[in-house]
Design a protein. Structure first.
Length: 163
């Protein structure tokens, strides 16, 4: 894998760069959980430091994944087990996104030169739309580095602005 593609993957630009729809937001209740520890404590109704299968019923996703989260199979999910499960799932998601990104890049880069020509960029509507702006050196091709630089400069910031 090229160093530029690796960098793109590390930056997490997979969907936006190669034209895929951005991942759907995680399904949440009306209020997003800002403090995971506080959220865990709220679910732990009997305040014993663990969430039982019964307590997990108040949180559909936790109820659905209870068996996988309960690493020691004692019928309780501790905060550590919950955190470890979330970390593992995130790592799995990142690996899947990297694999998908590489496949999309390889498909778009028809001549496998590590660059996208204007014609190759048509495989990705988001790149085609911003091709001229992404082509920083104006050589008629965009590299993964140029795409990453463009995306970094144009990503939405907290509060809705762009930077």
């Amino acid at each position: 894998m090229s160093k530029y593609l690796s960098m793109l993957l590390a930056l997490g630009l997979s969907g936006a760069v190669i034209g895929a729809e951005p991942p759907a937001k995680a399904e949440r209740g009306a209020q997003p959980c800002v403090d995971k520890k506080q959220h865990f404590q709220k679910l732990d109704l009997d305040k014993n430091g663990a969430i039982s299968r019964e307590e997990a019923k108040a949180h559909p996703r936790m109820e659905k994944n209870f068996e996988a989260m309960d690493a020691d199979k004692d019928g309780q999910v501790t905060e550590t087990e919950s955190r470890d499960y979330a970390k593992t799932r995130m790592e799995q998601h990142r690996e899947k996104a990297k694999t998908e990104m590489k496949a999309r890049w390889d498909k778009a880069d028809a001549n496998h030169d590590g660059m996208l020509s204007r014609e190759e960029a048509k495989a990705s509507p988001s790149i085609a739309k911003h091709f001229d702006a992404m082509d920083a050196d104006k050589n008629g091709q965009v590299s993964a580095q140029e795409i990453a630089d463009y995306m970094k400069a144009h990503r939405p910031r907290e509060g809705g602005g762009r930077g």
